[in-house]
Write a protein that binds this ligand. Structure first.
Ligand SMILES: *[C@@H]1O[C@H](CO)[C@@H](O)[C@H](O)[C@H]1NC(C)=O
Ligand SMILES: *[C@@H]1O[C@H](CO)[C@@H](O)[C@H](O)[C@H]1NC(C)=O
Ligand SMILES: *[C@@H]1O[C@H](CO)[C@@H](O)[C@H](O)[C@H]1NC(C)=O
Ligand SMILES: *[C@@H]1O[C@H](CO)[C@@H](O)[C@H](O)[C@H]1NC(C)=O
Ligand SMILES: *[C@@H]1O[C@H](CO)[C@@H](O)[C@H](O)[C@H]1NC(C)=O
Ligand SMILES: *[C@@H]1O[C@H](CO)[C@@H](O)[C@H](O)[C@H]1NC(C)=O
Ligand SMILES: *[C@@H]1O[C@H](CO)[C@@H](O)[C@H](O)[C@H]1NC(C)=O
Ligand SMILES: *[C@@H]1O[C@H](CO)[C@@H](O)[C@H](O)[C@H]1NC(C)=O
Length: 494
């Protein structure tokens, strides 16, 4: 009895000890709040998803190694309670999670490995690294910031972070970006196709020409504002659901679906409180390439009405972004031989006001303009307005309107004679040959055994055999079915 109690006691102590140990690993007290020259750290060999290196004084944020793809890492600033990365460094290649990778501070904060030496560096001559309670990572010299992570956003903009015209937000899949124009904020697909545009509405101040570029900032009062450099008041206010309510922390992120979304921290999770694009069909790729999105919840289908919808696009082999352009295809000027044509009524482009258009007198004229231009992938015509919209990029999702006066013309690239195709074909041929080989060998094996059982001599194999006299066409069927029976028989016996 006493022994048992003692064992329990020891176990309890051991658990308590381990608990304290694990806690102290994550406790803010053990993580430094500033780094000085000479600091160096390598990833530990734990399977931990995140290894903190530096903490802000509130303990809300940490700089550290974030595990990605199992055995690689990213240098990231994380919101600790939710593990949301707010900033990540942009190294020349992803470092491995091993003691070859090292983060050190010698005036510059440097991420290095033995092969590349410098994977990423702040290229500064500072004396201290600090993480502010805004999640801004800074390299200081005599208290003056020389470098700050707020100037190098990835896909996230936190509250009070200034987004200027020489910055870009990039979605994690690299497809979508956000930039500022002279007098607007835009979301782009593949860096060139504008699919969402916000022009200041002159909320509290007008945009004045020649007064410097605009910048944007998430205001803690609950909006995404656009400002002119010389002016403190916003020229534009995009209100969040929590507008003028006090919420602890806000950020916006360019999501992999191309939407810009805003979130607030409710103390335990991030709550959505803003979306730049509210209608799913207005997202650039809501139903993939050559998809058709029908507003009102009926979801996705294909522009080609006999093709079954697949989440990754309706014609997988012509894939959206990878298929290059029609001009370089066989046939000068993207001749008709390089594509086939798909037409559909009752469709229009999402964000059509941002699509280049001109006026033509008829649908045929509109189609003709696209047909003869290899930069054109499709054209949409509105009979009511005479507008002809030209799509200068591979076709993504269109919106179904049910309005028969709106018609679409789309080029679908034919199979490429590219490298991939050749290899796919080679693969198919090899597979077929191997398959046939296996069948022949297998059959041979069966037949040989069958012949052996019936005392047929090995030398006779290869000669026409017992059916050599049945040469006429009328007997061929019998010959074959007999052979099949014989084979089946032999295999069934073996
Ligand atoms: C810090 O180290 C990097 C990499 O070794 C080196 O390129 C850089 O010159 C060093 N910076 C300073 C200020 O010593
Ligand atoms: C950061 O800390 C300062 C005081 O040091 C405080 O006034 C401010 O509200 C804090 N900011 C955030 C986002 O918590
Ligand atoms: C953002 O810009 C405003 C106006 O230029 C400036 O007052 C503020 O300090 C900037 N914020 C940060 C975090 O740099
Ligand atoms: C971005 O532009 C501002 C002026 O608008 C300039 O002061 C700053 O140095 C630029 N930053 C970079 C990284 O080019
Ligand atoms: C930051 O920490 C304070 C105090 O622990 C907490 O109330 C607040 O919700 C935290 N903020 C975020 C964004 O995690
Ligand atoms: C599919 O489209 C073709 C050509 O536009 C049309 O003739 C046909 O009626 C459509 N079929 C269905 C089931 O909608
Ligand atoms: C072909 O289309 C491109 C892009 O839409 C346009 O810039 C060009 O002028 C067009 N060429 C002709 C000959 O119409
Ligand atoms: C297109 O418009 C013309 C005249 O504006 C009209 O005659 C024709 O019926 C319309 N066609 C369709 C399909 O709506």
């Amino acid at each position: 009895m006493f022994n048992m109690l003692q064992t329990h006691h020891l176990q309890f102590l051991a658990i308590l000890f381990l608990y304290t140990l694990t806690c102290s690993e994550t406790a803010t007290t053990s993580i430094p709040q500033e780094l000085h020259i000479g600091f160096s750290v390598t990833p530990e060999s734990w399977t931990t998803p995140f290894q903190a290196v530096l903490s802000d004084h509130s303990g809300n944020f940490s700089l550290g190694f974030l595990r990605v793809n199992q055995n690689q890492l990213a240098l990231a600033v994380l919101h600790v309670a939710s593990s949301e990365p707010f900033w990540v460094a942009n190294p020349s290649h992803a470092p491995s999670w091993s003691d070859n990778t090292r983060l050190f501070f010698n005036g510059s904060l440097v991420l290095s490995d033995p092969e590349t030496l410098v994977l990423w560096s702040t290229a500064t001559n500072g004396d201290r690294v600090v993480l502010l309670n805004s999640s801004n990572l800074q390299v200081h010299h005599n208290g003056i910031p020389l470098w700050e992570s707020f100037h190098f956003p990835k896909n996230t903009l936190v509250q009070d972070q200034n987004f200027t015209s020489n910055m870009t937000l990039l979605s994690s899949n690299g497809i979508y970006s956000m930039r500022l124009g002279n007098d607007f904020m835009g979301l782009y697909e593949n860096h060139v196709q504008l699919y969402w545009k916000r022009t200041p509405l002159g909320a509290k101040a007008e945009v004045k020409e020649g007064q410097g570029p605009i910048y944007a900032r998430v205001n803690p009062e609950g909006y995404l504002g656009m400002y002119q450099t010389t002016d403190e008041k916003p020229t534009d206010v995009q209100k969040f659901n929590t507008f003028q309510q006090t919420s602890s922390f806000l950020f916006v992120r360019l999501e992999p679906d191309g939407n810009l979304k805003g979130y607030y921290w409710d103390g335990s999770t991030w709550q959505l409180n803003y979306q730049a694009i509210t209608e799913a069909c207005d997202l650039p790729r809501s139903c993939g390439s050559y998809g058709l999105c029908t507003p009102g919840g009926s979801g996705c289908s294909c522009l080609e009405n006999r093709t079954r919808f697949e989440p990754d696009g309706c014609f997988k082999d012509v894939g959206g972004e990878s298929s290059g352009d029609l001009c370089s295809s066989e046939g000068i000027g993207g001749s008709k031989s390089s594509y086939w044509v798909l037409r559909r009524t009752g469709v229009e482009a999402p964000h059509k006001e941002l699509v280049r258009h001109l006026t033509t007198s008829s649908w045929a004229d509109c189609e003709g303009l696209c047909q003869n231009n290899c930069s054109c992938w499709g054209a949409l015509y509105s009979n009511a307005t005479g507008f002809c919209y030209m799509l200068d990029y591979p076709i993504q999702t269109m919106v179904g309107t049910g309005d028969g006066s709106k018609v679409g013309y789309f080029k679908v690239k034919k199979e490429e004679r590219g490298k991939n195709r050749v290899w796919i074909r080679v693969g198919v041929v090899v597979t077929v040959l191997v398959g046939v080989g296996v069948i022949i060998i297998g059959t041979g094996f069966c037949v040989t055994r069958w012949r052996k059982r019936r005392g047929v001599k090995e030398e006779e194999w290869g000669s026409p055999g017992p059916y050599k006299n049945l040469g006429s066409a009328s007997f061929r069927f019998i010959e074959m079915s007999n052979a099949h029976d014989a084979r089946g028989d032999a295999c069934a016996q073996s």
